[in-house]
Design a protein around this ligand. Structure first.
Ligand code: MN
Ligand code: MN
Length: 476
């Protein structure tokens, strides 16, 4: 063995990829871009993935719970939580008590929401008050074309889906920034104060309601209400309950002359959601251990709430899975005990993006311990802030066992930490899974400009993330 063999080297995955692999990565990126344009919100993501799963033979897990469909190896199930979180699983030949191989990504993304009473007019412009969701740099969201996605439940009990700004013929919406000519004071402010949360009001209309009736309300707000009522049958009262999300109206597309990168909104964490989804959908053998993909909501605000990763919906899944297995196999074990054992033996890849090294901001990364675009899926042994606070850490044994599976398959991977120590930090759903006794490691695609309206990934990293999750399901 030469000294060279003792060293751990990292390089662009492009150098070692065969032509077929490059072509496969390119083909994969086409589907991925299409997905980004179809599924910008958590609800849309759950809807798209479920529809695709059903096309691939997945059945409703509720039918297994009720006994209508029998638990058997190879059965593929989906389970939806309030249209915002989703579980997909391929049942294995072994009892779930032996543990699952599981990948978990989140399907929510930073955005702006309509406030409960949003609509007003000011100097003949109709505006919408917003409340931001997740960690955004507010100044990035002004003078960017925005679209409306959401649901409104009407007084008559019906629900309407709102979607304006994605079709080429649709109008878009905007939050105006101040022109530089009059920004002498604004430009001196701290970046966090340049645009304030209360100042993020969305321009939604400018033509007044025309009516000959003197009694009737006039003005631009009245006209917006009229247009929304004509299109969706909704009234101002319905805003109180509505979930209307404001997202960038920018379609995803390739970046660079060589088209090596992909730009698009919400790649945190749609990139891991999509690659994990494709990995489970493409499984063609009955696994020994049950394999599952968990798509959670509300990660960007701390994972709390009944659709977030901290909700016991996840534990319920294990309970129902073990119960269904016991019923089908005349197993006398208590389902609660079985579920605890199952969770404690589960291997979980916390599939979330990480920060990629950015030459424009090299000062925040420690070059030896950062992820680079184009070097494959990035593993983060721990997340957290300042001295590993507020995070779990994967064990040496578990991390090694995963990396060994990828090495055997020739899948390029890299390691990372979220920036220099004491520069900042971040968290994922990993710690909530370790609370349940699972072995967990964070691994996902490096992203440039995370949480901005237009995030960037490398085409090969997306592909190798997919291959890594796939290998985990098939070989771990
Ligand atoms: Mn994320
Ligand atoms: Mn995030």
């Amino acid at each position: 063995m030469s000294i060279k063999d003792l060293e751990f080297k990292r390089e662009l995955a492009w150098y070692s990829m065969q032509d077929e692999q490059k072509a496969a990565a390119s083909d994969f990126s086409v589907e991925y871009i299409d997905f980004l344009n179809k599924a910008k919100t958590e609800r849309e993501c759950v809807k798209e993935l479920t529809a695709e799963a059903v096309k691939n033979g997945y059945v409703n897990f509720n039918d297994v719970i009720s006994g209508k469909i029998k638990f058997e190896p190879g059965l593929k199930v989906y389970w939806i939580n309030r249209e915002k979180a989703l579980m997909l699983a391929v049942l294995g030949s072994k009892s779930p008590v032996c543990g699952l191989n599981m990948v978990g990504a989140h399907v929510d993304a930073p955005r702006l929401d309509f406030r409960p009473n949003p609509l007003y007019e000011d100097h003949d412009m109709a505006l919408v008050k917003t409340h931001y969701y997740g960690g955004i740099k507010k100044y990035q969201w002004v003078n960017v074309p925005l679209a409306l996605h959401g649901v409104v439940c009407k007084k008559d009990g019906t629900k309407v889906i709102i979607n304006i700004g994605e079709d080429a013929n649709d109008p878009v919406f905007i939050i105006n920034d101040l022109l530089p000519h009059l920004a002498y004071e604004q430009i001196e402010k701290k970046a966090s104060d340049v645009i304030t949360a209360e100042g993020m009001n969305l321009l939604i209309g400018s033509i007044p309601f025309a009516s000959d009736d003197k009694e009737e309300s006039k003005g631009v707000k009245a006209n917006v209400l009229n247009l929304l009522n004509q299109k969706y049958g909704i009234t101002e009262r319905d805003f109180n309950f509505a979930e209307i999300e404001i997202v960038p109206a920018l379609p995803a597309r390739y970046i660079g002359l060589d088209k090596g990168m992909i730009g698009g909104y919400a790649q945190d964490d749609k990139v891991c959601a999509y690659t994990a989804f494709k990995a489970i959908i493409d499984m063609d053998k009955i696994p020994e251990k049950t394999c599952a993909c968990y798509f959670s909501d509300r990660e960007e605000v701390g994972s709390m709430g009944n659709t977030g990763a901290r909700a016991n919906w996840l534990e319920n899944f294990f309970y129902e899975l073990c119960n269904a297995y016991a019923l089908a196999n005349n197993d006398k074990i208590d389902a609660g005990v079985a579920a605890r054992r199952s969770m404690a033996s589960t291997a979980f890849l916390s599939a979330d993006v990480t920060a990629a090294f950015d030459p424009n901001f090299s000062e925040v990364s420690e070059p030896m311990n950062t992820a680079y675009c184009g070097m494959g899926i990035a593993f983060e042994k721990y997340t957290g802030h300042r001295g590993k606070s507020g995070a779990s850490e994967a064990s040496c044994e578990f991390f090694t066992s995963i990396a060994t599976v990828l090495d055997k398959a020739g899948i390029p991977w890299q390691l990372t930490e979220m920036g220099k120590i004491d520069k900042g930090g971040g968290g994922t759903i990993a710690q909530y899974m370790t609370d349940l006794g699972m072995d967990v490691i964070d691994c996902g695609t490096p992203v440039l400009g995370m949480h901005s309206p237009y995030e960037v990934t490398s085409m090969v990293d997306v592909y190798w993330t997919y291959k890594a999750y796939s290998e985990f399901f098939n070989k771990y």
